[in-house]
Ligand binder design. Sequence first.
Ligand SMILES: Cc1cc2nc3c(=O)[nH]c(=O)nc-3n(C[C@H](O)[C@H](O)[C@H](O)COP(=O)(O)O)c2cc1C
Length: 328
Amino acid sequence: MRLMLAPMEGVIDYTMRGLLTSLGGVDRCVTEFIRVTERLLPPRVFLRLCPELAQGGCTAAGVPVYVQLLGGQAMALAENAARAAELGAAGIDLNFGCPARTVNRSDGGSILLREPRRVHAIVAAVRAAVPAQVPVTVKTRLGYEDDSLFLDIVRGIEAAGANELTVHARTKRHGYQPPAYWEEIARARQVVSLNIIANGEIWSPADALRCRAITGCKDLMLGRGALCRPDLPRLVAAAAAGNEPASLHWPDILPLLLRFLELNLAHYDPCYAPNPLKQWLVYLRAYFPEASAIFEQVKRLREPAQVKEALLQAISATAGAHGTAAAA
Ligand SMILES: Cc1cc2nc3c(=O)[nH]c(=O)nc-3n(C[C@H](O)[C@H](O)[C@H](O)COP(=O)(O)O)c2cc1C
């Protein structure tokens, strides 16, 4: 089994990929989408969203990062995909799932699922433009309004020569509303031999096993679940192998928060560095109730030094509480 870390615009960026892949269990990452209109983008755009291009296309932990492109113009996407490959991308991923109105209005993301032939043409053009050794993968939803074209889309993607396909098992109309319709992925697997990676609503190792059983997919992609519970990839990998490793607890998460702040301080303008940390706390509190108190403490702090101090205090308070508990 392989586990992919989902692309998440504004959330899973270079620093988050660096942190999450350092915890193990992730086999591949995908960047946030790079929007392509008609022009060939300068290298700095690719390097901004995928700084890993300057480190062999991998995170510091050695996990390959595919560059995701989004757009509706086959030739422009092909040229930009070729450029990303030249810059050292480990692979190219094409986004046909984005539900955002602004993106859909400008002919990108899930709106293209209304036209399976265009999806096919885009994938074929990109595949032809990128060296054969660089994988071209596709990420899609089940459809735009409904899933009536889903199997045509999937067949077209295979015929266009894509190496793999990730399916987020919902239509654009479903948005992010549970459930994910994993059984639709099983239907797709019956009509193509292309490897399909299942995605959507995997929050626990038990969900992952159920998703694999229903879809028949070996490989999974984890998004929000991995943010709420950063050891999820490791736990899922272990569960699939029949093992039960120890999970991370809140005292293990606190030092990760500090490390994340430091990664952001090193990579971004320091005055923005606390923002990704606050955003991550919002995800973490879905699984770790303790994250709410820290979030309340830091949400109005703007100085990185103050945020760091709050984290250090929380770490020493937790260590103190554990020391007291152990002594008792
Ligand atoms: C905030 C946010 C940003 C996202 N950005 C992207 C993106 O840039 N490209 C993409 O293909 N999917 C994007 N997605 C969709 C996720 O990759 C994934 O398909 C979806 O969250 C379902 O998986 P999950 O239930 O494991 O989170 C985004 C989702 C969220 C919630």
